[in-house]
Write a protein that binds this ligand. Sequence first.
Ligand SMILES: NC(=O)c1ccc[n+]([C@@H]2O[C@H](COP(=O)([O-])OP(=O)(O)OC[C@H]3O[C@@H](n4cnc5c(N)ncnc54)[C@H](OP(=O)(O)O)[C@@H]3O)[C@@H](O)[C@H]2O)c1
Length: 177
Amino acid sequence: MGSIDLAVFAAGTYFRDYAVGFDSARFRAMVELNLIGTAQCLERVMPAMIARESGQIAVVASVSGYVGLPGAASYGATKAALNVMCEALYPELRSHGVKLSIVNPGFVDTPLTRKNDFPMPFLISAEEAADTIADGLVAGKYEIVFPRKMALAMKVLHALPARVRFALTRRMLKSPS
Ligand SMILES: NC(=O)c1ccc[n+]([C@@H]2O[C@H](COP(=O)([O-])OP(=O)(O)OC[C@H]3O[C@@H](n4cnc5c(N)ncnc54)[C@H](OP(=O)(O)O)[C@@H]3O)[C@@H](O)[C@H]2O)c1
């Protein structure tokens, strides 16, 4: 196999979890796939890219990593961790000539979201998401976040005082499924 020019790490899953019925084994399973799985992929591709001082890596996280939303304790934790991990690795990789991007999508119509039984604001097609990711990678952006309205909503939510943020996120509470 030749050298890898671009590696996109997108494997991941999502299930809802709540305080009632919280299960650390399920939490661990989500961490294993979304976080450790990505770390293992990074471990495999970074050395060769660093050695030849070229290459591009994209890690798919989510805007769910910006804010703790009810039902997304495990998922949000893995996606927040991916954001921090990539932010930590970026400057060093850059100094070795390797580009790193973090992809933070909002809702995209895929088999993963088709099982959701709640309204998904600003839902976009997988084709639109793929085009936006491709454009961002060609432009060499660090963060590729979309759709714009969802990104803005989550960034504003994150910036609000906790009291106001909880008043809003409490409205998202649903019964455990
Ligand atoms: N859809 C959204 O709204 C949305 C929003 C934000 C972030 N994301 C993120 O985008 C990524 C892709 O999600 P998607 O919506 O495209 O979901 P999806 O349709 O369910 O695809 C999930 C992908 O992860 C792979 N995968 C699942 N479990 C795996 C395992 N144990 N080992 C290796 N690969 C595994 C699947 O491979 P197989 O097909 O071989 O099973 C598939 O390619 C995920 O990281 C997700 O968190 C999605």
